[in-house]
Design a protein around this ligand. Structure first.
Ligand code: GDP
Ligand code: MG
Length: 162
């Protein structure tokens, strides 16, 4: 059995884009409209000679009412079957209520967590990324899933926690 890494985060933070970046090709569905990814999709990934499974999450409906609850519920399922979790936050938006709900789910799970600050497309974004220390999950790792900035670093960290 390969180690399993679940990718969680609220809709539209760039989870599927990051999954594609890690896979090295477009396989996970990326959409400008939140809620397109099916509930849980498994992919086989490889980095530095190590194989692991990636679980992309999504699939909830984007109704404003109760969205935090549904995201947390989906995340809980994915975290349950994972060995480690990559928690993706949109550094440009900053910490939202849904992110805070997810932190609670992550704490309960006691699984190793890699905090990823996505959409850091340039140097200026580093400051916003640093604000994510406030989540209390340790160091935020800045990345641009879209352009690849910082993705090698994130992959190295993944291997450390898996
Ligand atoms: P998901 O709902 O979390 O899976 O998010 P998606 O991967 O579907 O991405 C949602 C939107 O954010 C799409 O329009 C992406 O192109 C955009 N996006 C994802 N990563 C980045 C990034 O690093 N920088 C910028 N500027 N946009 C991004
Ligand atoms: Mg998605």
């Amino acid at each position: 059995m390969l180690p399993v890494l679940a990718v969680i985060g609220r809709p539209n933070v760039g989870k599927s884009t990051l999954v594609n970046r890690i896979l090295g090709h477009r396989e996970a569905v990326v959409e400008d409209t939140p809620g397109v990814t099916r509930d849980r999709v498994f992919y086989e990934a490889n980095w530095a000679g190590r194989d692991f499974m990636l679980v992309d999450t999504g699939g909830w409906e984007d109704k404003v009412e109760g969205i935090a609850y549904r995201v947390a519920e989906q995340a809980e399922l994915a975290i349950g079957l994972a060995d480690a979790v990559m928690f993706v936050v949109d550094a440009n938006v900053g910490i939202t209520h849904t992110d805070e709900q997810l932190v609670k789910v992550l704490r309960r799970s006691q699984k190793p967590v890699l905090l990823v600050a996505n959409k850091v497309d340039d140097q200026r974004g580093e400051l916003e990324a640093a604000a994510l220390w406030n989540l209390g999950l340790g160091e935020p790792h800045p990345v641009s899933a879209l352009h690849g900035r910082g993705s090698g670093d994130v992959l190295d960290r993944i291997l450390e926690i898996l």
